[in-house]
Write a protein that binds this ligand. Structure first.
Ligand code: AMP
Length: 278
C-alpha cells in the first residue's frame, strides 16, 4: 500500500495503477463501516484508493472539527488490511490551495434534515467530493447509507455536473446492539455508548409501526420520538419520515419511507436512518 500526500504524488501513483479505480472517501478514524466500503471497492476494482481527510469545510463549529478523532497510524494499518492500494492523506492546503475560491452550490435535496440542522455542511461535502472525484478520476466511488442524504446530494451533484464517477451506496454497518458505527462514537463514555443504542431502537419502533399498517407519518414520527424521550441521555434534534427520493416530509404513508433522526448523547451529535421500501 502506498501513501501519498500531494496532488502530484497522487497523479503519478494513479498513472501507474490498473483500472478500474474504486474510490473510498473518508475522514479517518476508520471502523468496520469504512472497511465494508473498501471491501466492496476491492471486489469491483483493480485499484482501490482511499482518501483520509478531515474536511474543515463541512464542519459548522470549529470545536467539532478540532474534536474530530484522528489516528493516522492506525488508519493506515486498517486500510492496508482492508486491501486498499493507495491512501491519499493530504493536508488542508493541498486540498484547498491558497487562493481557493470556488464551492459547489447544492440544491433542494440538501436543504431539509442534515442541511437544515447544519447550514453549509453539504456545500462543504459536495466541494471536497468534487475535488476528490476530479483528482482520482475513479470509475466508482463508495459511500455509506448511514449518511443517506449525503449519498443523495452526491448522486445529484455527479449527475448534474456530468462527473464520470459512478456513486455506489453501501449498507450501514452496526454494532450488535444496533448502534450504527461512527467515528464520533469514540467520543462517548462507556455509559453514553450503551445509551446511544436508543437511536436504533427508536427507528425500529417507528419502522415496526409503519410495517404494521400505520398510514399516518406523524404517528410514526411520534413513535420514534417517544422511544428517544425514554432515554434521558439523548437530546432529540429531529425525527423525520420522508419521501426517500425528495426527502420531503410525508403526511400519509403509501410507499417507501426514509425514517431518519439526529440526536445528541453526551454532546456528541449522532445520526441514523432506516429505509422502509414499502
Ligand atoms: P466518514 O469518515 O464518517 O466521513 O465516512 C466515510 C464514509 O463511510 C461515508 O461514505 C460514510 O457514509 C461511510 N460510513 C460511515 N459510517 C458507516 C457505517 N456505519 N456503515 C457504512 N458506511 C459508513
Amino acid at each position: 500500500m502506498q501513501v501519498v500526500r500531494t496532488r502530484a504524488e497522487l497523479r503519478a501513483a494513479l498513472a501507474a495503477s490498473p483500472r478500474p479505480v474504486g474510490l473510498v472517501p473518508t475522514m479517518g478514524w476508520l471502523h468496520a463501516g469504512h472497511v465494508s466500503l473498501a471491501e466492496r471497492a476491492r471486489s469491483e476494482s483493480a485499484t482501490v484508493v482511499m482518501s483520509v481527510f478531515v474536511n474543515p469545510r463541512q464542519f459548522g463549529e470549529a470545536r467539532d472539527y478540532e474534536l474530530y478523532p484522528r489516528n493516522e497510524a492506525r488508519d493506515l494499518a486498517t486500510a492496508e488490511a482492508a486491501g486498499v492500494d493507495l491512501v491519499f492523506a493530504p493536508g488542508v492546503d493541498e486540498v484547498y490551495p491558497p487562493g481557493f475560491d470556488t464551492v459547489v452550490s447544492v440544491g433542494a435535496i440538501a436543504r431539509p434534515l442534515e442541511g437544515a440542522a447544519r447550514p453549509g455542511h453539504f456545500a462543504g461535502v459536495a466541494t471536497v467530493v468534487a475535488i476528490l472525484f476530479a483528482l482520482v478520476g475513479a470509475e466508482r466511488a463508495y459511500f455509506g447509507l448511514k449518511d443517506y442524504q449525503q449519498v443523495a446530494v452526491i448522486r445529484r451533484m455527479a449527475l448534474d455536473l456530468a462527473l464520470p464517477t459512478q456513486v455506489v451506496p453501501c449498507p450501514t454497518v452496526r454494532e450488535p446492539d444496533g448502534l450504527a458505527l461512527s467515528s464520533r462514537n469514540a467520543r462517548l463514555s462507556a455509559d453514553g455508548r450503551a445509551r446511544a443504542a436508543v437511536l436504533h431502537r427508536a427507528l425500529a419502533a417507528g419502522a415496526a409501526l409503519a410495517r404494521s399498517g400505520e398510514r399516518s407519518a406523524e404517528a410514526v414520527r411520534a413513535a420514534v420520538r417517544a422511544v428517544l424521550a425514554g432515554e434521558p441521555a439523548a437530546e432529540t434534534e429531529y425525527v423525520s419520515a420522508a419521501d426517500p427520493d425528495t426527502l420531503a416530509e410525508l403526511e400519509a404513508i403509501g410507499g417507501p419511507v426514509l425514517l431518519s433522526l439526529a440526536a445528541r448523547v453526551e454532546g456528541v451529535r449522532l445520526i441514523d436512518n432506516e429505509l422502509l421500501t414499502g
